[in-house]
Design a protein. Structure first.
Length: 262
């Protein structure tokens, strides 16, 4: 299918569906899929967004806002993963239990085929959530259409989704917690507050992560922050002091740094 434009590939993939329940996190991948599918004639789409301590409030607000402007039929739900000790224990397969709770909850709400926003780039990582999806016959239209992150950003621009196309990668807040440290809503609230504060100061598009490690809080900074590094570190130190947390220091951003494989 690579000789066909990504939008055409995705349109062909979606041809076989009459109804879809799309799990939308609020990030560029699932939002773009939902927008494209919703605009496809003859396809009935329900957007499902899980509100959780692990999901930034701005992501939930983004989904609600797009639901209004795009005319989506949207359900904002709780999935109960924090009631699941297997999720809270934060073993290397935490994502499996997160997605298990999500997809099982969606199945109680609709008989329609469930779709995710997973893309081609995701196949290069260890993704226990994809196993939970496979066990529940969840489909991945972006993967089927052979779309990587760059293709999705381009399609988002074509759809006129504004700043959505430029959203930095934003995995769930629990991904900032080192494997084996129990997931705690208070830790996630601190991470969200710190990253939101820092993002308001950092240059647009700069990647930053506030990590919870066994030693304390670590700030990870991506490229393009050399002029701002001192200020960002100073702010993180202050936020940690106010919260009674130990600040370990700053280091370069490393994708999946808190994840320890089995």
């Amino acid at each position: 299918m690579n000789d066909i434009a990504p939008a055409q590939r995705l349109d062909r993939v979606l041809d076989r569906f009459e109804q879809l329940a799309i799990a939308v996190s609020g990030g560029v991948d699932s939002v773009t899929l939902a927008a494209f599918a919703h605009r496809k004639p003859g396809l009935a789409v329900t957007v499902i967004h899980a509100a959780s301590p692990a999901v930034p409030e701005e992501a939930t607000a983004r989904v609600r806002g797009l639901s209004d402007t795009e005319g989506w039929t949207t359900l904002v739900i709780g999935t109960g993963e924090f009631e699941d000790s297997r999720y809270r224990d934060n073993a290397s397969n935490r994502c499996y239990f997160c997605k298990t709770n999500l997809y099982d909850r969606i199945r109680t709400l609709t008989p329609h085929v469930i779709a995710s926003g997973a893309n081609l780039d995701d196949l290069g990582d260890y993704r226990p959530g994809l196993l939970a999806a496979a066990e529940r016959q969840v489909v991945h239209p972006l993967i089927e259409a052979e779309m990587a992150k760059a293709d999705i950003r381009a399609l988002s621009r074509e759809l006129g989704l504004g700043s959505v196309a430029e959203l930095p990668a934003q995995p769930c807040l629990a991904s900032r917690v080192e494997t084996g440290i129990a997931i705690d809503a208070r830790d996630l609230a601190f991470i969200e507050k710190a990253e939101r504060h820092l993002a308001d100061i950092a240059a647009s598009g700069v990647t930053l992560r506030c990590r919870i490690t066994r030693s304390g809080v670590v700030l990870e900074l991506g490229d393009g922050v050399s002029a701002q590094k001192h200020l960002l570190v100073e702010i993180t130190q202050r936020l940690c002091a106010e919260a009674g947390r130990v600040f370990v220091g700053a280091r370069p951003y490393s994708r999946g740094a808190m994840f320890m494989r089995p």
